[in-house]
Design a protein. Structure first.
Length: 221
């Protein structure tokens, strides 16, 4: 018996305004290059998980849309930008109308994501009774990835302290909930410290790591 499909949403902020904390280390053009490299790594990790389909990049930026489509992803261009959580829940509702109920949100800056950790996340969701939610917690208390079965089991509450916010939402709704610590999903790249951590790792994030190594050596294009 084949596994049920899980739709994936990957949110990416506008290239011209995202990743402001990295501006202490890199210029805006470089930050934009990094943002696209991170997205490409995330798309690559998801592509290796057969049960994830469709994959939709949600963004207010036409350049991100063009980049994602060239790499085989569907896109949802939201302009003006309604904000991350509204964008995610709007996209989730659109997918549900097309018959996609199980939904994975994977942040577009979790560059080190691996297919193995994504599969563990999905397996944890299959082990719980519906409705349920499973998240991969980041080191700073955020949510690197969130699986919802069905798509509206809990609202999207990404942002500072979102792991706690998602847990509380599940409790309030009586939704089965599990938080996992999965190494490749525990790091979203927001700061110079995050960059250093990714560079020390050996799995995932191949394109992002290669670009960062070029930047550190002064050989980046």
């Amino acid at each position: 018996m084949s596994m049920p499909k899980t739709a994936a949403l990957i949110p990416v902020k506008h290239l011209a305004t995202g990743k402001t904390r990295l501006a202490q280390r890199y210029d805006r053009r470089t930050i934009e290059q990094l943002s696209l490299a991170m997205l490409e790594d995330v798309l690559h990790a998801i592509a290796d998980v057969a049960v994830i389909s469709p994959v939709v990049v949600v963004t207010p930026d036409p350049r991100v849309t063009e980049f994602a489509r060239a790499r085989g992803a569907y896109t949802l261009l939201l302009s003006p930008d309604p904000g991350l959580n509204t964008a995610l829940d709007t996209a989730a509702a659109n997918l549900a109308r097309q018959g996609c109920e199980d939904l994975l949100v994977l942040l577009g800056d979790v560059a080190g994501a691996t297919s193995q950790d994504l599969e563990q996340l999905l397996a944890a969701g299959r082990a719980l009774e519906q409705p349920c939610a499973v998240l991969a917690q980041t080191g700073d208390g955020g949510s690197g990835a969130l699986l919802r079965r069905p798509h509206d089991a809990i609202p999207a509450l990404f942002g500072a302290g979102s792991a706690t916010a998602h847990r509380r939402a599940a409790t309030a709704r009586g939704v089965a909930f599990r938080a996992l610590t999965l190494p490749s999903l525990s790091l979203d790249i927001d700061s110079a410290d995050d960059v250093r951590i990714l560079l020390r790792r050996r799995r995932g994030g191949q394109r992002t790591r290669a670009l960062l190594q070029q930047l550190e050596s002064g050989t980046a294009p």
